[in-house]
Design a protein around this ligand. Structure first.
Ligand code: 44T
Length: 730
């Protein structure tokens, strides 16, 4: 219902009341990421970052900044640095309730509860003397996201300069006392941008195929992800997404040098205020490598003070991701060396906006949204080849006739799913096999009883996939099928209707199931009184890599609603896993090591929010050592309820010595006995999940590792132990 944090807080409370209640534990693990985001662990584990902030704060306090406000304190680490550096008054604010409570616990545990005053507030709601008695001489903050401005630092600092900070040091009076002037750590930032080619990014943001499972997509209209900085500001739109470029599956290719898109001085309130009224700046980026323009990548350098700075660049060894501004034009434009890419940089509603508008090639300006114009009208075209090239370039640009009503926004994972041809082809083949089999059966029956009822000549197929799915259309496209889609959103239903019509599927053969049923409980029903389903398509794995909740309940319900020889897609799911040593996964799961963080006791408190299963992982690019072969962990038989067990012991031999820190897992989804899709597939819209072991397990090559695998309410848990001595062997 959207009350995410409230729900998460209640699971947390339930678990505190009864730590041995498995349902509360599983629910809590599923939502803990909402209360305490995983990057807190990364940041606290980033010793370089911690040290630089500590040094900058220490220096500022030593130089006379005696009163400090920490905006967005998180675990309280920067406030404690300020106190330790000798600040006489330290205030902190934090808008998240969970983080605020955590900060209070941490500060108390470090004996500073009397000397750091923490408020559960957004800094914008603070005032003097209501919240703090007087203006402070130092604001410290790390309220920046991968795109720098996404956490609202500009607005927070403008407000702080007006209401919470002493006036800045003025240029004229060199001898102003530091304790009577205000300043900010970080002092400023430089934002960089670079054009890149990445198929992985492209397939998550726009349609890259013309055919999906035998359906022509020509009239689909414009389907694209909600990440776009050029469209009208709207709640569902984000200007950028984030990726760790160094871990992008398939890698990326830089097409230009990094260039400076923006510099900002956080100690200059006029500059902060002027940012949104700053004119749109046109940047000209020389193209250095040939490639398709898929995205602009953005990162920044955070200048803590004159000496210290942090970089979030793709080459750095840091915890930071980069901001990704995808390019939406449907067909790909190939940039060539000697081209110049023109990018408009602006700063509307406190977000950095980037818009790649045109390419300069020879003496032409090719606008990336449609027309070509001569840069120097009247100048003769030097030779015919640039013109030919221009025509090619033009042909590859889709002249976009899509009116806004033909634009349909899908989630990034839904876009990737649409672009996954293997997945749709597998369904197409499996459905066609089933229909042939049922047709033969029906013909035999008809011969036997010489009966013929017109509507019963159709097979009824129900697709209960979550979100946007073409599977019902693919089913209806088989002929003799009346398919029911669970797609709920009007725009998406329209797309399906358009596709049905253009692919020769009669309106009678595609229905929207949820238009008929009011409550979610009755999603799985009979198509009509006398009829049972020939097939039910269940969506069994979430994009994040976990099995969908209630999957087995849905399957057993579905089994009751199938006609004889009817089929559930998929019929079986096999869970695979592998033993790995991965420090990266540990760093994202908990604050590591027994050493206190910058001398403070923080880990035990934040580590209460550690979860045993890590989601949204790219196993193909995860930095890790494989300590075993891939092995089968579990089988879920959706066609046979009696075959399901919840506990299983599997043995696997270590192929090399190391520390088992995690067991990534993925699925082979069997549509029928022969046809399967793997969630590890290169073009998959699925990510992987991994069980992260709380205590790493040392193994030698040849050791037998026993895994106790448990599935409870669709949640997998795994524990590992070594059995080497003969009496321990089974
Ligand atoms: N994540 C970066 C963002 N806050 C970093 O509630 C890098 C993401 C990231 N409190 C992977 C890696 C990384 N007044 O607890 C939060 C937030 C709070 C405020 C009071 C305000 N005006 C604000 C604004 C934010 O500040 C804390 C930190 S904000 C973001 C930090 C590691 N994925």
């Amino acid at each position: 219902m959207g009350f995410r944090d409230e729900a998460a807080a209640h699971f947390h409370k339930a678990l505190k009341l009864r730590p041995d209640y498995p349902e509360a534990r599983e629910n809590f693990y599923r939502v803990a990421n909402w209360l305490v985001e995983r990057w807190h662990f990364l940041m606290l584990n980033d010793h370089g970052r911690n040290l630089k902030y500590q040094q900058a704060i220490h220096k500022a306090v030593q130089n006379g900044c005696n009163t400090v406000l920490d905006i967005g304190t998180g675990t309280g680490i920067l406030s404690m640095c300020a106190k330790k550096a000798g600040a006489s008054e330290v205030y902190a604010c934090e808008l998240s309730k969970t983080m605020y409570e955590l900060a209070c616990e941490v500060v108390t545990a470090n004996g500073m509860d009397g000397s750091i005053n923490i408020l559960h507030k957004k800094s914008l709601e603070m005032d003097v003397p209501t919240d703090i008695p007087h203006r402070v001489s130092l604001v410290v903050t790390e309220t920046v996201d991968a795109g720098l401005f996404g956490e609202g630092i500009i607005e927070s600092l403008i407000h702080a300069w007006h209401h919470l900070l002493l006036p800045p040091k003025s240029d004229e009076s060199e001898f102003q006392e530091v304790s009577s002037t205000g300043r900010v750590i970080p002092a400023g930032a430089t934002v960089f941008c670079m054009a890149i080619e990445s198929l992985e990014i492209r397939r998550h943001h726009r349609l890259c195929v013309t055919q999906v499972g035998g359906l022509s997509m020509a009239v689909a209209g414009e389907l694209r992800s909600p990440v776009s900085c050029c469209s009208e500001p709207d709640d569902s739109m984000e200007p950028y997404t984030t990726e760790r470029l160094s871990r992008l599956p398939g890698g990326y290719r830089p097409l230009t040098q990094p260039f400076t898109a923006l510099t900002i001085d956080f100690n200059n309130v006029h500059e902060l205020e002027g940012l949104s009224s700053r004119e749109v700046q046109e940047m000209c980026l020389p193209v250095t490598q040939e490639g398709q323009l898929h995205a602009l990548a953005v990162w920044f350098q955070l200048h803590l003070d004159k000496e210290n700075s942090l970089s979030t660049g793709p080459q750095e060894d840091t915890c930071w991701e980069q901001a990704i501004y995808p390019i939406h034009s449907t067909t790909c434009f190939v940039l060539k060396p000697q081209d110049k890419l023109i990018v408009e940089v602006s700063c509307q509603d406190a977000y950095l906006r980037l818009n790649s508008v045109a390419v300069l090639r020879d003496s032409y300006k090719i606008h990336l949204d449609k027309h070509v114009e001569l840069q120097h009208p009247g100048k003769p075209i030097p030779n015919p080849s640039p013109e030919a090239e221009l025509c090619d370039a033009l042909a590859s640009l889709q002249t976009n006739h899509n009116r806004p009503e033909n634009v349909c926004i899908l989630e990034c994972s839904e876009m990737a799913l649409l672009n996954n041809q293997d997945y749709h082809q597998s369904f197409c083949s499996a459905l066609s096999k089933l229909i042939s089999r049922l047709t033969v059966k029906k013909q035999n029956q008809e011969k036997e009883c010489a009966m013929f009822a017109p509507d019963s000549s159709l097979f009824h197929i129900l697709d209960v996939s979550e979100g946007f799915s073409l599977l019902s259309l693919i089913a209806a496209h088989q002929g003799d099928v009346k398919a029911y889609s669970s797609v709920k959103k009007n725009k998406q239903q329209e797309v399906l209707r358009r596709l049905a019509q253009s692919n020769g599927i009669s309106e009678q053969h595609i229905k929207f199931w949820l238009n008929h049923t009011e409550d979610e409980q009755s999603v799985l029903q009979r198509p009509s009184q006398e009829k049972l389903w020939s097939a039910i398509i269940l969506d069994c794995v979430e994009t994040c890599g976990l099995i969908r909740q209630k999957l087995m309940e849905k399957a057993s319900l579905a089994r009751c609603l199938l006609e004889e020889e009817g089929h559930i897609f998929p019929e079986k799911i096999v869970v695979y896993g592998m033993l790995v040593e991965s420090d990266t996964l540990l760093l994202e799961s908990a604050v590591q090591g027994r050493e206190p963080t910058l001398g403070f006791n923080i880990a035990p408190f934040i580590n209460q929010f550690t979860v045993p299963v890590h989601v949204f992982l790219d196993f193909s690019t995860l930095e890790c050592r494989h300590l075993s072969e891939a092995l089968e962990l579990f089988v879920l038989d959706l066609m046979d309820g009696s075959a399901n067990y919840t506990n299983r012991e599997v043995k696997v031999q270590a192929i090399t010595a190391g520390r088992i820190t995690a067991i990534p897992f993925w699925y082979h989804i069997y549509l029928d006995q022969e046809i399967s899709v793997s969630t590890l597939n290169q073009n998959s819209h699925w990510k992987q999940a991994a069980v992260v072991l709380q205590e790493p397990l040392e193994v030698q090559a040849g050791d037998w590792v026993h895994l106790a695998v448990k599935i409870h309410e669709s949640t997998i848990s795994i524990s590992a132990h070594i059995k080497n001595t003969p009496e321990q062997m089974d």
